[in-house]
Design a protein around this ligand. Structure first.
Ligand code: NDP
Length: 452
């Protein structure tokens, strides 16, 4: 049977675009449909604009600390609309770049909604298009708890486009997005409160790192409240919001942002016309080759709920394109040792096992730790401390995990991830000459283990 396309990708986010471009590069006839924005969550309402806001928030500290280096300027003021306008211009430029990337790769682009009507057919603009393979790369969408007044709150989707910076903000959640936005609002000068239902935020990260970040954020004036949740939101006569907390107390604010997780984006996708099934968390079920329970339909990235990170989605996209259209070059995605950063202020960078995970996996471990004020801050009044931790297997000397909270943690940990992938031992770390003076050199000069 002949099809209009070899691959029809639904969703032009990081993973979908990568799969489409690679497949087209291998000679496949490829189409992509995107109904919202080219580049998906990461480019439009995720990684990229988030990092811009984080940079914006960091300037408040930079300006303050510049005095210690002899700089004098007028009293700094911050204008949120300027930051958002510049961010929007850059994102619009990136949308154009994505459009060009696709069209120059000979991918046919439909900037409209696509709906699956049978396992080999997609409907776009009222037209039916057939494809040998359909790839669902529709990503996720913020999920908000069903409480009275939830419509008065925003999610990250809206937070990127607020008209004004609120005087007071409450961020709910304890994951990446909550922690990052709490730092953004706090850094930009809003009186910020973060509420998290558990005993300590960033569940799954190294405990030492979570505790250190907690302490640093409190030092920066963030009102962090754990074991707290809200039960309702009410609008006051003056336009402000009143939050009722679980213990019955009230909290007044001007903005509530839910960062309470994300769910698979499947609405009006036509899955009922296929044999595609979902897992118990509502993400699309796939096998090791990203094939759904409908053999001609694949899925990747956030919508399969495995590891919701852009570089993972792009790796999955490349793996799919290679397996289908250039099998000789196929390599499965290696999900081990995925480095990641939380762009809070200060930033977390991490790769490998946490202390608890290493113990749980049965390793006999030694932990090395360094806590210090950076040279850059020595002249300033900042009390910020950087924390670095190495989790080492005491029997094999292999470094199992590298964790950091501090400036440039994301930049530093990327290199550490290469070392861990190569199987580096603590001895290799010790034998590596440091770059002086840097913070990163601490990772190769840790000599004394923490007491067991
Ligand atoms: P996460 O799943 O990471 O965190 C959700 C948070 O909300 C958790 O702390 C969770 O608590 C809490 N929560 C869930 N439901 C409720 C509820 N009903 N009431 C109160 N709290 C609730 O989701 P995010 O939205 O932060 O991020 C989604 C994914 O996006 C991340 O997992 C990450 O993979 C990716 N991401 C990556 C970034 C990066 O690389 N820097 C940046 C942003 C996002 P509990 O812990 O108790 O479950």
């Amino acid at each position: 049977m002949s099809f209009d396309f070899d691959l029809f990708v639904i969703g032009a986010g990081s993973g979908g675009v990568r799969a489409a471009r690679f497949a087209a590069g291998f000679g496949a006839r490829v189409a992509v449909a995107e109904s919202r924005y080219l580049g998906g969550t990461c480019v439009n309402v995720g990684c990229v604009p988030k990092k811009m806001l984080v940079y914006g928030a960091h300037y408040s500290e930079d300006l303050e600390q510049a005095h210690a280096y002899g700089w004098t300027a007028g009293a700094p003021t911050f204008d949120w609309p300027t930051l958002i306008a510049h961010k929007n211009t850059e994102i619009a430029h990136l949308n154009d770049v994505y459009r060009l990337l696709l069209t120059q790769s000979d991918v046919e682009l439909f900037e409209t909604h696509a709906r699956i009507v049978d396992p080999h057919t997609v409907e776009v603009n009222g037209e039916r298009i057939s494809a040998e393979h359909i790839l669902i790369a529709t990503g996720t969408w913020p999920s908000v708890p069903d409480i009275p007044g939830k419509e008065l709150a925003v999610t990250s989707n809206e937070a990127f486009f607020l008209k004004t910076l609120p005087r007071r903000a409450v961020v709910i959640g304890g994951g990446y997005i909550a922690v990052e936005f709490a730092s953004i609002f706090n850094g930009l000068g809003a009186e910020t409160t973060q509420l998290y239902r558990g005993e300590l935020f960033l569940r799954g990260f190294d405990r030492g790192i979570r505790e250190h970040l907690r302490d640093e954020l409190v030092k920066k004036g963030l009102d962090l409240r754990f074991k707290t949740n809200i039960t309702r939101i009410d609008k006051q006569a003056d336009g402000s919001l009143s939050l009722t907390l679980e213990d019955g107390s009230l909290l007044e604010t001007d903005l509530v942002m839910f960062a309470t997780g994300r769910q698979a984006k499947l609405e009006d996708l036509g899955l009922e016309n296929t044999g595609v099934t979902l897992d118990e968390r509502g993400f699309i079920k796939v096998d090791d080759n990203y094939v759904t329970t409908e053999p001609s339909i694949l899925a990747l990235g956030d919508v399969i709920g495995r590891v919701q990170l852009t570089p993972v989605a792009t790796a999955e996209g490349m793996a799919i394109a290679r397996r289908l259209f250039r099998p000789a070059e196929y390599r499965p995605v290696d999900y081990r040792l995925i480095p990641t950063a939380v762009f809070s202020l200060p930033t977390i960078g991490t790769v490998g096992l946490t202390e608890d995970q290493a113990l749980l996996a049965g390793h006999n471990i030694t932990v090395f730790e360094s806590r210090f004020g950076t040279l850059k801050l020595a002249l300033t009044e900042s009390k910020e401390k950087t924390l670095m931790r190495l989790i080492v297997d005491a029997d094999t000397d292999k470094v199992l995990g590298v964790h950091m909270v501090g400036a440039d943690a994301g930049e530093i940990i990327q290199g550490m991830a290469v070392a861990l992938k190569a199987g580096a031992t603590k001895r290799i770390f010790d034998d590596t000459i440091g770059i002086h003076p840097t913070s990163a050199e601490e990772f190769v000069t840790m000599r004394t283990a923490l007491p067991a």
